[in-house]
Design a protein around this ligand. Sequence first.
Ligand SMILES: Cc1ncc(COP(=O)(O)O)c(C=O)c1O
Length: 395
Amino acid sequence: MTVALGVQEAMKSASWIRRMFEAGQALKEQVGADQVFDFSLGNPVLEPPEAFASALRELTNAPPKGMHRYMPNAGFPSTRQCLAQALSEEQQQPFVANDVIMTVGAAGALNVALRTVLDPGDQVIVIAPYFVEYLFYVGTHGGEPRVVRAADDFDLDLAAIEQAITPKTKAIIVNTPNNPTGRIYTPQRIAELAALLERAEQRYDRSIYLLFDTPYAKITYDGRKNPPLFSDHKNTLLAHSHSKDLGLAGERIGYLAISPRAEHRSMLSDAAAFNNRVLGFINAPAIMQLALERSLGATVDVASYRRARKTITEGLRDAGYQFASPEGAFYLFPRCPIEDDLRFTEILREQHVLVVPGRGFGWPGYIRVAFCVEHEVIERALPRFADAFTRARQV
Ligand SMILES: Cc1ncc(COP(=O)(O)O)c(C=O)c1O
């Protein structure tokens, strides 16, 4: 066999979203793309904002000399400086350019961060339901994921987290707003988590990193906001991206930010830049860095996601589905009307509706519905969601 056994194993367990995607492709060929209602992928439907598009036009019309060449592995100094300034204002902490490493999306930032802090056998706490890639990223860098279930309302279960910490714990990944639950953790919960981590650091005499993952930070509802991220735990890292807030998922632009209060702050920064290089990213895409710098603060039209959220939450509630309204991101995570989430996704597929079973996020019995789709797709799909619900109850 030419493909590594570990990779073959990983591919078998990894592929719920991909399997749904492939089933969806087959269905589209069979019945026509406009007859398939695809809520399986978190692929943002909104176009980048005009401020970003015009920055890009300017850059292509009058490119700064050398724009397309190699650069420092951590990114353009000017882009890092701009982001450090924005982060300082937003987080009320004194970031400098060196604290920001430009990366290939949040996925790149997470991989760079994990490679920077993990020794072989170190454990990383991952909260279920989770973004499944975390498990692979941790494994890729020699770590061992320790899955801790969220509370029933999908808040952080601090007692369970404390219990899961061992002398080998090196990091915890916290995703807020959360994919798939839509939860935003409160400032108080984050402060309590930080206190718990600092107690554990003292107990085991080692750094434990709080690694935030915030691609959905700007997509929030009902006046909710992400909590301050750097006020509490000193060893905090942030993986952020513009895949969702600027609608640039295919362009691969994000960054890793290191807390100005982190122990060994500049060593972490040097190591992260090195890891950006040796992971083969070399540096984040040049033109994206420059366009980002020139359109800082712009976002996609979040009002459009608000409208989608309203339509789909009202429609699914009327049909009998049970879920908490998402506070951020663009996912619903309803309980299935039957226990078997896989069977329920099949019943939905018979209605030409594609979603991902909760087991793909370590949380069976639920489904994830990504509502970052055209509004008319939601409207046309609602009767089908309702039919599937009734049908599942009859079987
Ligand atoms: C929770 C979470 N983290 C990270 C990522 C990866 O984002 P990026 O496209 O910036 O690599 C995603 C993408 O869907 C996500 O949902």
